[in-house]
Write a protein that binds this ligand. Structure first.
Ligand SMILES: Nc1ncnc2c1ncn2[C@@H]1O[C@H](COP(=O)(O)OP(=O)(O)OP(=O)(O)O)[C@@H](O)[C@H]1O
Ligand SMILES: [Mg+2]
Length: 250
């Protein structure tokens, strides 16, 4: 790259979109207007906690970012590493580095742990090797021949995250990964998310267990009735009792 190009890029950096930029998105289930102009940025390598009460619109926001189609994204833009996800179908967004791990985990019945992982690697862009995945999740290595749907809830959550890592991803969207899991398993998954972060993957973490999410996250965005009511550091939310009481009921 010549100096002129470098300078141009440097000048551009001041106004460039963030690594993941969600800009004024509006999404609908039929005529139900649910995501009402949500905007936030996620910086490369950080963990962002996306919080809010039941029905605040967290899952809908993740689905709109991932271009699932329901809710329908009718207005707004989503940019990931300079790519316009809002112009893509969900599989194209996935091929451009976006991974959504939904609440129900979607482990494929009738397949072993390893087959679930290999299926994720069937076409490029391929991410982590099975060896690397088993190093991060030794329990999955021990159970690789077991049918995925017979794993415990915590192990299924690990498998769902592992499957995302088997693709070459830039951003991991996790919808309530701690739901229904015992505290010691949550500890284990939390530790894993820390390691995934250290490997450079950016994460949006939606959690009902807001205190745990905030302790892990760098920043937080709080939604209420489909709009952003707070965007700041995770520590700020932990320190602000009235904010927590008003929007998180904790
Ligand atoms: N498929 C759907 N059709 C119509 N409305 C829906 C649908 N899914 C969700 N909603 C409505 O959209 C709003 C936001 O729901 P969403 O699931 O995004 O909230 P959430 O913050 O993820 O809540 P929770 O904490 O319960 O998971 C709610 O009022 C919900 O009733
Ligand atoms: Mg939800």
């Amino acid at each position: 790259m010549n100096t002129e190009t470098l300078n141009k890029n440097a000048n551009h950096a001041a106004t460039a979109p963030a690594f993941l930029s969600v800009w004024d998105i509006h999404a609908y289930y039929g005529e139900s207007y649910i995501v009402q102009g949500v905007s936030f940025n996620v910086h490369e390598g950080e963990i962002l906690a996306l919080l809010g009460r039941n029905g605040a619109g967290k899952t809908s926001t993740l689905r709109a970012i991932a271009q699932i189609g329901t809710p329908e994204l009718r207005k707004g833009e989503v940019w990931l590493d300079h790519k316009p996800l809002h112009l893509m179908k969900s599989h194209e967004a996935a091929n451009n580095g976006l991974a959504l791990v939904p609440e129900d985990r979607r482990i494929i019945a009738g397949l072993t742990v390893e087959e679930n992982l290999k299926l994720a690697q069937i076409a490029p862009p391929i991410g982590w090797s099975l060896e690397r995945v088993y190093e991060l999740f030794p329990r999955l290595g021990e159970r690789k021949k077991q049918e995925g749907t017979t794993l415990s809830g915590g192990e299924q959550q690990m498998l769902a995250i592992a499957r995302a890592l088997c693709r070459d991803i830039k951003v991991l969207l996790l919808d309530e990964p701690y739901e229904g899991l015992a505290p010691v398993i949550v500890d284990e998954i939390e530790k894993t998310l820390g390691i995934i972060k250290a490997q450079g993957i950016t994460t949006i973490l939606v959690e009902q267990n807001a205190v745990r999410a905030l302790k892990l996250a760098d920043r937080a965005v709080i939604l209420d009735t489909g709009s952003v009511v707070f965007d700041g550091s995770a520590q700020e939310v932990l320190d602000n009792e009235s904010l927590r009481a008003e929007y998180l009921a904790i």
